[in-house]
Design a protein around this ligand. Structure first.
Ligand code: ATP
Length: 253
């Protein structure tokens, strides 16, 4: 059997005595889209940063594509990628220069062709000559997605992939991600505050609260467990610490 794309065990991060991530365990398999949900400060971005090898865990283990990210992350960094609206591309470079830079960094064969192909697909061809610092928030999100797809990653980590997109563009990006996953069989882990997005895209949801995974399951299973008809209701129950009728991990805390 293939090993999971992500295997996290006992993962913990403390910042000067403040515990941001408190011993979480989960796996993500190829072809799966998994959401990290939780209130502001729940630990989602810290978790994504440890998966990328940008932050060293205080304890626990992270394996990505079978490699230990703490010791051997350079073996797999070329096979994953990420997008976050909160990480700016170098602002003085044009969109073209930035995308070409990342294409070369990842050793993408036919870099020019790949950049033009993504520019076409993500409807940013008209922006290629613009400085990245001059883009609107929505344009920046699409460029950041192009950067994240440049190496056709087997694992895509997304921090709020449709933040600041208008509803039409947001819907289009979700469709694009679904299509990318169908074509590539990639695994996607995304942090999102958009519950409709999570219901549409995700096979599994990890509900985080104060650094812990307090519940998990498919969107349908969570709706049933909390007696809700939308994930927003489940989110509010967990954020406000109302116990669902059958929430095993919380009961065990
Ligand atoms: P949001 O939805 O607001 O993006 P999040 O779930 O992504 O929140 P994190 O950014 O992971 O949350 O933050 C988790 C906790 O860790 C917060 O209490 C935050 O203040 C703290 N934290 C994150 N990064 C640092 C840091 N570099 N130094 C100190 N504390 C940090």
């Amino acid at each position: 059997m293939l090993s999971p794309v992500i295997e996290v065990a006992g993962l913990t991060k403390t910042f000067n005595g403040v515990t941001a991530v408190a011993g979480i365990d989960f796996t993500v398999s190829a072809g799966e889209t998994v959401a990290l949900l939780g209130a502001n400060g729940a630990g989602k971005t810290t978790t994504l940063s440890m998966l990328l090898g940008l932050l060293l865990p205080s304890a626990g283990s992270v394996r990505v594509l079978g490699e230990d990210m703490i010791r051997h992350r350079y073996r797999v960094l070329g096979r994953l990628n990420f997008s976050s609206p909160y990480v700016d591309l170098p602002r003085r470079l044009t969109v073209w220069q930035n995308l070409m830079f990342f294409a070369r960094l990842y050793g993408v064969p036919g870099a020019r062709r790949r950049v033009l192909e993504l520019a076409e697909q993500l409807d940013i061809a008209d922006l290629l000559k613009q400085r990245s610092g001059n883009l609107s928030a929505g344009q920046k999100t699409r460029v950041s997605l192009a950067k994240a797809l440049i190496n056709a990653p087997e694992l895509l980590l997304l921090d709020e992939p449709t933040a600041s997109l208008d509803p039409d563009t947001g819907d289009w990006v979700r469709g694009y991600l679904e299509d990318y996953q169908r074509r590539s069989g990639a695994a996607i882990l995304l942090a999102s505050h958009n519950m409709a997005e999570v219901e549409r895209l995700c096979d599994q949801v990890l509900m985080m609260s104060r650094g812990r995974i307090v519940d998990r399951g498919s969107p349908a299973a969570l709706l049933e467990r909390y007696g809700q008809d939308s994930l927003e209701g489940v989110f509010l129950d967990i954020a406000r610490e109302r116990q669902g009728p059958d929430a095993p991990e919380r009961a065990a805390e």
